[in-house]
Write a protein that binds this ligand. Structure first.
Ligand SMILES: Nc1ncnc2c1ncn2[C@@H]1O[C@H](COP(=O)(O)OP(=O)(O)OP(=O)(O)O)[C@@H](O)[C@H]1O
Length: 457
């Protein structure tokens, strides 16, 4: 039972006495812990250096994980309403990581004009273990209803450009494009959260150094980043730097929480050094990309999608759009561009106990897909942290899609969002356990474009 609520910087202590549970008294260490009173600006202050790494040529992934209704979307996107998934661009104190990252990205690009960096966006949701191209949907493109599939090639890193990619020239463009696609993301009212996301959202910003000769902006392929920087001893160094997961204990604003209901979460300061760099585990993936499934969704799969307001009918055409739509078969020769680095912003669907969220029918099926894919993510991190020979990336589309950031060469930042509410203690402990596991995943030197790999600050 909670007796006090205080926190320090890097450690979470969970103390809880409940009739049904034995005494819980566990301590978890993280690089940073944010209390409920800390602003979005403070949170972004710790994320911001990763944007510099991105400009330096490192792939970067920022991911929010946690129970439904605990603030993942708030953290990643900011407060949102039905009409406005992301607040308009501007000096908004509650803007989330995504719009702030967009602002910082374009600020850094403007500071480094000699690099000629160009930014393209692609946005997907992983819904019921299928990948859907939200940008194609937002554009009403013919391919929008198609399921996509993560594709891994062992020998060569290659991305088949079948996802829609749109160029953005400013933070405002970036946020507006993301906001448009987010209107189409699956969500549902549950007992825990009135606007629960039912899919994992992945926003990818690809930085390129401009099209290679002959390359049309609509037909770009993939080429490894700066081969000089990524080669070491004759082989490509595949590494990752896992920055430890900051934790955001948040009071759950929309639950029936009462003060006496809280789990005791207190925070004590304990320094925790970053683990030293280690080589990637055996069996690390070579690489992954995304390709469109040739198969159109079955009537059953179409029916799986919740009827969302504003969701364009599958197969409808419209709008303007030069998105990076499917541009031929994977084997077809395509003009290539020089990819500098990628930024992936991942707002995971929340883990959920069906008994608490009160879902039934198709919503229960969604919950089961969400929980299974999050379990698959935890399994992958567990296998990586234990240096197992086989890493089960292919057990879910989510882990397959994120394969090269989980076990590959990206700097990965996991934000854990937890509720201090006593009735959610089981989910809170699961979430903290996930974060602890993520911290154990070995880190290496990232294969960025800059000559000297650097640790995230
Ligand atoms: N730190 C915070 N300060 C103020 N409001 C917050 C904070 N965190 C979350 N909220 C509010 O709590 C509600 C739930 O947050 P949010 O939608 O981000 O949860 P979530 O974890 O993404 O949920 P789900 O996984 O179900 O989609 C929202 O109304 C959000 O604005």
């Amino acid at each position: 039972m909670l007796k006090e609520y205080h926190h320090h910087q890097e450690t979470v202590l969970v103390k809880c006495a409940q009739p049904a549970h034995p005494l819980i008294n566990k301590t978890y260490n993280f690089e940073r812990v944010y209390g409920p009173e800390e602003s979005q600006q403070v949170v972004f202050g710790d994320v911001c250096p990763l944007l510099t790494s991105l400009i330096d040529g490192y792939n970067v992934c920022i991911m929010a994980y946690g129970q439904t209704g605990c603030g993942k979307s708030y953290t990643m996107l900011g407060p949102h309403s039905k009409e406005e998934r992301i607040p308009p661009w501007g000096p908004h104190s509650e803007l989330g990581i995504m719009p702030r990252a967009a602002g910082e990205l374009f600020r850094l690009i403007a500071e480094n004009p000699s690099r000629h960096l160009q930014v393209d966006l692609s946005i997907v949701e992983v819904y019921n273990n299928n990948i859907f191209d939200l940008l194609a949907k937002a554009r009403g493109m013919e391919t929008s209803g198609r399921r996509r599939e993560a594709l891994t090639t062992k020998d060569v890193r290659r991305e088949v450009p079948l996802l829609t990619r749109e160029p953005v020239h400013s933070a405002e463009d970036f946020v507006a494009l993301a906001a448009g696609s987010l209107q189409l993301r699956a969500e549902l009212a549950t007992l825990v959260h009135a606007r629960s996301s039912r899919s994992h959202l992945i926003i990818t910003a690809t930085l390129t150094t401009g099209p290679a000769a002959g390359g049309s902006p609509c037909q770009r392929g993939w080429r490894p980043p700066n081969p000089v920087a990524t080669k070491e001893g004759g082989g490509t160094t595949i590494q990752r730097l896992l920055t430890a997961p900051p934790l955001r204990p948040r009071t759950q604003p929309n639950s029936s929480q009462r003060p006496g209901d809280q789990v005791g979460i207190s925070f004590t300061f304990e320094g925790s050094a970053l683990p030293s760099a280690r080589p990637p585990p055996a069996g690390s993936p070579a690489l992954s990309g995304v390709c469109g499934s040739e198969e159109a969704p079955s009537a059953d799969q179409q029916a799986e999608r919740p009827p969302l307001e504003g969701r364009p009918a599958s197969g409808s055409r419209g709008g303007a759009s030069c998105g990076r739509a499917p541009a031929g078969s994977p084997g077809a020769q395509q003009p290539v561009e020089q990819v500098h680095a990628k930024l992936q912003l991942v707002d995971l669907a929340g883990s959920e106990c069906a008994g608490v969220s009160g879902v039934t029918g198709s919503a229960l099926r969604e919950t089961s897909f969400i929980n299974r894919s999050l379990a698959a993510l935890a399994d992958v991190l567990g296998a990586l942290s234990e240096h197992r020979g086989h890493i089960p990336y292919r057990n879910s589309q989510l882990t397959h899609f994120l394969q090269d950031v989980l076990g590959g060469d990206a700097k990965l930042l996991v934000m854990l969002c937890v509720s201090p509410c006593r009735k959610h203690v089981a989910e809170t402990l699961r979430c903290l356990g996930f974060g602890a596991r993520a911290r154990q995943v070995p880190r290496g030197q990232a294969s960025g474009g800059s000559p000297a790999p650097q640790k995230p600050r």
